[in-house]
Design a protein around this ligand. Sequence first.
Ligand SMILES: CC(=O)[C@@H](O)[C@H](O)COP(=O)(O)O
Ligand SMILES: NCC(=O)COP(=O)(O)O
Length: 246
Amino acid sequence: MDRLRLGINVDHVATIRNARGGAVPDPVRAALAAEAAGADGITAHLREDRRHIRDADMAAIREAISIPLNFEMAATEEMARIALEVRPHAVCLVPERREERTTEGGLEVAGDRDRLTAYIAPLTQMGARVSLFVAADPEQIAAAAQVGAAVVELHTGSYCDAVAEGRDDDAARECARLAEGAQIAAKHGLEVHAGHGITYDSVAPIAAMPEVVELNIGHFLIGEAVFRGLDGAMAEMRRLMDAARA
Ligand SMILES: CC(=O)[C@@H](O)[C@H](O)COP(=O)(O)O
Ligand SMILES: NCC(=O)COP(=O)(O)O
């Protein structure tokens, strides 16, 4: 199997910065540190409420890094305009609910086909690989291929929560659902990514799925970096990913 790509999400560095106001810690510095430590890409989510990453962060990260930028955003007109200015390598469309603590569930693609088809076209024409952040639901995955996405990122949150809470049966069921979703996506010609809530304890079964080519991981690794440094935290994740893939 090919080497799995590891994308690092730096939103959580901006969350800490914003808790105090001011300029530190700087998500651009974190993106550069992740790149230096071997990240294959940087993910940043410009939420509509700007609770962590801000417009200037996204532009500055794009300018600073030499590896691909994956710009996560809601499918709104405002975000399309910003993405067309920033010109990231990839755009990942995610659902957003203003009051949510973190991204809950996947994007509703099947019920929004016409709008998403029109929304994705200019982003693809600009040169971005457009990814849809979806639940491992066959209907949503098939719809992702129909609306012109190149990639789906499978939402691993329910599986990771079950692992973290020791709900082994739920974890096994969610993992099987993700594996089936990855297979269905690949059959539709979609590149398959996975992310949300991944930790050292939950990464192996996802990394072992042959259709999955990229993991995007943020919250756990930024937290772990407090104890090991970002390069140490990433190195252990890389080791677990490679071992699962061997
Ligand atoms: C879509 C996704 O999984 C990430 O962007 C994640 O949502 C980032 O963290 P927050 O949910 O805290 O914004
Ligand atoms: N798209 C998922 C992502 O970027 C990272 O999510 P998390 O590890 O911060 O939960």
